[in-house]
Design a protein around this ligand. Structure first.
Ligand code: HSE
Length: 314
């Protein structure tokens, strides 16, 4: 079967570990159950960094779902086609997790519902923001309460354009989380409460003008900014050029500017701000994805014959 999973931008400023939006940039995974063994291939953006053994995230996600179902994982042929830049804050690991979880569930005859799949994906990723948006599309606010993931998905207004500056260097989520403080000042927490509330209001009411005040953050961006030379200038220039709001995309290093007009000047400003500090970047102009991850085609061989190969684990 072939599955298409969108890139995602998480946090959107103040919604740390909670807000995510899917983007029209996709990774695909093609999965076939085979009698035995594991064959993984990859092509596309950053494919040289994709592990081709049991460390592969698609494989690990599939193994987790089969474990939860109490079944033995069959042999697998997995091909990964990457369009989403790796380790840049655009949810590439979430695409692999969601792809693996969906593929495994289909091989298991759709045993688990969407809620459970989202909880599996969140357990694997560690936070629900990217995986929720990758699975459901649109703008998603989500939170984990114990094992339960509570979420609400919203459509995104069609005129919203996402200008994303993707620096040429990689920044792992763990490195970017390591710079975060153990505590924050009360006034900064209060600032984030009001801004996060406004972001949800902006998407719930489809009133993009609210983003102008809302996309500012005190919980993570001030600490992460130091890891991205030129980010402060790029943000400042892009706001001035007419972006509705500018924020770090996920854990970075990509920078997201949400716009309804002035796309070209916002893109130039992001690039110029980063370049002033010597940071080269690629610019992507992306529309929000409203569909979420999708099984594009089934392989008759994998869906019927191999189901009979699945046996219970002891
Ligand atoms: N919310 C996460 C973070 C997204 O900012 O660390 C990274 O995947």
């Amino acid at each position: 079967m072939r599955i298409r999973i969108p890139a995602t931008t998480a946090n959107i400023g103040p919604g740390f570990d909670s807000f995510g939006m899917a983007l029209q940039l996709y990774n695909e995974v093609e999965i076939t159950a085979i009698p035995e063994g594991l064959v993984i291939t990859a092509d596309g953006d950053g494919c040289q960094h994709v592990p081709l053994d049991e460390k592969n995230i698609v494989y690990q996600a599939m193994r987790y779902v089969f474990y939860k179902a109490g079944k033995m994982l069959p042999g697998l042929k997995i091909h990964i086609h990457n369009e989403v830049p790796i380790t840049r804050g655009l949810g590439s690991s979430a695409t692999a997790i969601v792809g693996g979880v969906l593929a495994a569930n289909r091989l298991l005859g759709d045993r688990f519902d969407k809620q459970t799949l989202l909880e599996f994906a969140t357990a694997l990723e560690g936070h629900p923001d990217n995986v929720s948006a990758a699975l459901l599309g649109g703008f998603v606010v989500s939170g984990q309460y114990g094992q339960t993931v509570v979420y609400k998905r919203f459509d995104v207004p069609k005129q919203l354009q996402c200008v994303v500056a993707v620096p040429e260097f990689q920044l792992s989520t763990s490195a970017s989380r390591n710079v975060l403080p153990a505590t924050v000042e009360f006034r900064h927490a209060v600032f984030n409460v009001k801004s996060a509330g406004l972001i949800v209001a902006a998407f719930a009411s489809q009133d993009l003008t609210l983003l102008q005040h809302a996309m500012r953050d005190y919980l993570h961006e001030p600490y992460r900014m130091k890891l991205i030379p030129g980010m402060d200038k790029a943000v400042q220039l892009a706001r001035h050029a007419g972006a509705l709001g500018v924020a770090l995309s996920g854990a970075g290093p990509s920078i997201l500017a949400l716009c309804d007009t002035q796309i070209d000047s916002v893109a130039e400003s992001l690039q110029a701000g980063l370049q002033e500090a010597g940071t080269d970047c690629k610019i992507y102009v992306l529309q929000p994805d409203l569909e979420g991850a999708r099984i594009l085609s089934e392989s008759p061989v994998s869906s019927s014959r191999n189901l009979h190969m699945l046996s219970r684990m002891d």
